[in-house]
Write a new protein. Structure first.
Length: 201
């Protein structure tokens, strides 16, 4: 039998929210960075996104995550979040689904009791820690570097950040485009976010 296009996927869920993961069949997208690749889908050619997220292959109630080769040397894998409206920079629950698929399908080595996976996303580098036991991924927690997300997080949420984002120590809770919570580290020295959105990012 001959196929014009063959794409392999794994269906995963995080708390019941479906996050389908495309594991093969897409060789790559134009763009030097993951942000460039997301822009290509959103502004140049969204035929792949429409093919993957619409019926009969998918539905509006689910998300499809496109695995790609990382564009930066410190990442293990890369992904884009594809939904019915557009490609998105990041989603916490979908990052968890991607990590689970990568480890349980053997695409990345699993180490017990914890495996760290670094994901290249349009929002920056996302470090995920997977709790693993008996060859299974039992849970995933996320961390994200503040310097990678200071500008993009506010853009994803439709909020504005003052461009004088500095360096202070501590944890910065960040709500991602997918509505999940992640934490990123901030360094020391003055973090001037727009006071109108204080506590919102």
């Amino acid at each position: 039998m001959r196929f014009s296009r063959l794409i392999s996927t794994i269906d995963v869920h995080a708390g019941g929210e479906v996050g389908r993961v495309v594991t093969s069949g897409v060789l790559g997208l134009p763009g030097a960075t993951m942000a460039d690749k997301m822009r290509h889908i959103n502004e140049v050619d969204d035929s792949l996104r429409r093919f993957l997220v619409t019926e009969p292959r998918a539905s509006a109630a689910m998300t499809t995550n496109l695995l790609l080769a990382p564009t930066r040397p410190d990442a293990d894998a890369a992904f884009l979040v594809l939904q019915v409206d557009r490609a998105h920079a990041m989603s916490g629950s979908n990052a968890m689904c991607v990590v689970t698929a990568l480890l349980e399908a053997g695409m990345l080595p699993m180490r017990e009791p914890d495996t760290v996976v670094r994901l290249d996303t349009p929002a920056g580098l996302v470090a995920a820690r997977a709790a693993c036991a008996d060859g299974r991924c039992r849970g995933v927690s996320l961390e994200r570097q503040c310097r990678d997300i200071a500008a993009t997080a506010c853009g994803c949420l439709g909020q504005r950040a003052d461009n004088r984002v500095g360096r202070r120590s501590g944890l910065l809770p960040v709500e991602t485009a997918g509505g999940e919570q992640a934490e990123g580290e901030r360094e020391q020295e003055g973090n001037d976010m727009d006071p109108a959105h204080e506590g919102g990012v």
